[in-house]
Design a protein around this ligand. Sequence first.
Ligand code: IPM
Ligand code: MG
Length: 368
Amino acid sequence: MSVGSILILPGDGIGPEAMAEVRRIIDWYGDKRGLAFDVSEDLVGGAAYDAHGTPLTDAAMDKAQSVDAVLFGAVGGPKYDTLDFSVKPERGLLRLRKEMDLFANLRPAQCFDALADFSSLKRDVVAGLDIMIVRELTSGIYYGEPRGIFEENGERVGINTQRYTESEIARVARSAFELARKRAGKVCSMDKANVMESGILWREVVQTVHDEEYPDIELSHMYADAGGMQLTRWPKQFDVIVTDNLFGDLLSDVAAMLTGSLGMLPSASLGAPMANGRPKALYEPVHGSAPDIAGQGKANPIATILSFAMALRYSFDLGDEADRLEKAVEKVLADGVRTADLLNEEGKMPATTSQMGDAILAALDASL
Ligand code: IPM
Ligand code: MG
């Protein structure tokens, strides 16, 4: 019997090569753990535009709505930079997030011990780091109306709107508090309540949800600019950070770099539970399509592989198997296997994308 259904959307750039390694790992779970998944694949981003003239077809959107988990690679590339905004590769991803209503984006930043010297920060600042950024993903300035480029008084004006309703803030705050209960019990909410009304509302609602439903959690508030500074000064002060769509985009890239490489960080985007009790879910690496290294076997597949580990944990309730996969990655790094992004010593040959996959599969075998 199938454990559940997965739609793979490899996308552009290094997306397909990273996803090829995930497919091998999915097969491993079927062969060696008796956990067979019902896997299908479709196009997204520039690849979908090339084939269909749209970054996401309605058919692919429908499929995404009907599966237990979507595994997403990456989208975009210089070839598509001049396309009209409405058909840019990124619109495919933004449509998935919006129509699946994936309001809670979980972006863990964990520093693997073997990589602590790789961060741009000192080892003692990042070693053992384990924080979770919860980014609101379906509202705020990414989607607010009015938006556009308009004519006004003989010149053009670009407009975007930051907009949050109380219920949108409350639901992502709950996600953060729930996660904190399973972690170190601390949430720091980041906003710009000093200059934005939407920030004032954000702060009030997060505080109210806390006081009424999660008094056991330690809640603090920080302005998002100071939050960025504190993330680079002493990141271990944080457990869970909850913030809006745009601040979360920025702060999660900052947090990613603490861990040494963007090539390491997975994410889960979760929505409300479906009829079968599983949440609507899409899993994707935090990094982008890296067109400069695409197709050369240089990509680090770990962020995409760890995104599948998050799928095991959050969609399929297979926390032990997620642990197994995460430990396999940790072992491979401890053994010194490095893709090019994780290497700064001259003269050492980096592992290719598929050699990294081989090493992780061998570590999985060894875990049995
Ligand atoms: C991310 C990316 C996306 C975003 C882009 C590709 C639209 O930067 O997931 O962080 O801005 O949300
Ligand atoms: Mg980003």
